[in-house]
Design a protein around this ligand. Structure first.
Ligand SMILES: [Zn+2]
Length: 136
């Protein structure tokens, strides 16, 4: 057996374990597992939607995939369905909140420069007031 093979397996195992630990400690994973209380406004097999605890506008909802992904960089081919569901759910909640017609913003912050605070992919649905034109 080539020497590198065993090393690769070991590093993969270590990476998997590190991921597991991250998911164990991840705030959103803990909310998904109900270890941390939240007030879900929507929940299904794949997604959870909760109000943002520091709302930037009258409507500010976080849409969170239940499976741990750090951000879009972590999303693969198999996650296309989930990503689509996140966008569809944002429109559905906007409609339920009565802001579908007045308009709203859908934001995914990715990484440090993107101001991502919690390293578990989530989408912000923001509306209920006139938002600032400038995003950057
Ligand atoms: Zn997580």
């Amino acid at each position: 057996m080539p020497h590198g093979g065993a090393d690769l397996l070991l590093s993969e195992r270590l990476a998997a374990r590190r991921e597991m630990t991250m998911a164990d400690e991840c705030m959103f994973c803990r909310i998904v597992r109900k270890e941390v209380p939240s007030q879900p406004i929507y929940e299904d097999h794949d997604l959870l939607a909760v109000p943002d605890i520091q709302p930037a506008a009258p409507v500010h909802v976080l849409i969170i995939p239940k499976e741990h992904m750090v951000n879009l960089n972590d999303a693969g081919k198999n996650d296309v369905g989930i990503l689509g569901k996140m966008l569809r759910l944002s429109a559905k909640i906007a409609n339920e909140k009565g802001i579908a017609e007045s308009g709203y913003r859908v934001v995914i912050n990715n990484g440090a420069d993107g101001c991502q605070v919690i390293p578990h992919l989530h989408l912000h649905l923001i509306g209920g007031k006139q938002l600032q034109e400038r995003i950057g």
